[in-house]
Design a protein around this ligand. Structure first.
Ligand code: KIV
Length: 285
């Protein structure tokens, strides 16, 4: 299959063909996802929670993002690879944003970057796009503002916030984003935003009216047991499968049922006999 491009994503929106996006943080997961035909792979800063075990995404650094992008790049051939800009890698100044976005592309191998926020980051988005960096926006529940938002909860339930989200979407489109993540937004509002902007919207907890859907892969695979978002669907129980496999290994080792003869390396008879003879000084050489 041909490499996914911004142009192809735009064409998918025009054809009303749903766009698929999942998060990946390592090489094997990215390779399997790419083979499964996922259109966009996001190295999300959710890596901080689901891989590194932090309570939220705030401790994630540029170094972590670059390293995870590099691993995912090695497994990705067809999908568009988007790297998340971590907390405070773009908020303080436009030069910071340019330098850090460039690192995700040049060192991490990402095709594009994603950053959180609406009108407040529009000037930064414009500067990145004018430099030639493709930017995905992210509005609604923006986990980097978790304290200000008062927790992981739906956004856009009041007329003020609903209006602001619509204005944020328009501002980001005008600034040049190629796509827009809508997280934890009421379904009707997300549909309205998707019909208002020309760029593809990718929903997470934003209903079926978005142009595409994204989930955190650890939620899809049942690998993150600390938090189960209402909007996620679990397609496998890898936690259960992994616990069973680890317990079975421990049981086999304790029962001396592993390793079995087929897991052993053989030493040639002549080498072995020479060694044994050398170790038995009473035996004639
Ligand atoms: O970091 C992440 O995984 C994300 C998705 C939830 C869109 O931003």
């Amino acid at each position: 299959m041909d490499k996914m491009t911004l142009h192809r994503l735009q064409a998918m929106k025009a054809r009303r063909e749903p766009i698929t996006m999942l998060t990946a943080y390592d090489y094997p997961t990215a390779a399997l996802m790419d083979q499964a035909g996922i259109d966009v792979i996001l190295v999300g800063d959710s890596v901080g929670m689901v891989v590194h075990g932090f309570e939220n995404t705030l401790p994630v650094t540029m170094e972590m993002m670059v390293l995870h992008c590099q691993a995912v790049r090695r497994g990705t051939r067809r999908a568009l690879l988007v790297g998340d800009m971590p907390f405070m890698s773009y908020q303080a100044s436009v030069p910071d944003a340019l330098r850090n976005a460039a690192r995700l592309l040049a060192e991490g191998g990402a095709d594009a970057v994603k950053l959180e926020g609406g009108q407040s980051v529009a000037a930064t988005v414009r500067a990145l796009v004018e430099t030639g960096i493709a930017v995905m926006g992210h509005i609604g529940l923006t986990p980097q503002s978790i304290s200000a938002l008062g927790g992981f909860k739906m956004q856009g339930g009041t007329i003020e916030v609903a209006r602001r989200l619509l204005d944020d979407a328009r501002a980001l489109e005008a600034a040049g984003v190629f796509s827009l993540v809508l997280e934890a937004v009421p379904a009707r509002l997300a549909t309205l935003i998707s019909e208002t902007v020309r760029v593809p919207t990718i929903g997470i907890g934003a209903g079926a009216g978005c142009d595409g859907q994204v989930l955190v892969t650890h939620d899809v695979l049942g690998l993150y047991e600390r938090l189960t978002p209402k909007f996620a669907r679990q397609y496998a129980d890898l936690s259960g499968a992994m616990r069973q496999a680890f317990a079975a290994f421990a049981q086999d080792v304790r029962a001396r049922a592993f390793p079995a003869p087929e897991h052993e390396f053989a030493i040639a008879d002549d080498v072995w006999e020479t060694l044994v003879r050398e170790l038995s000084p009473d035996q004639p050489h």
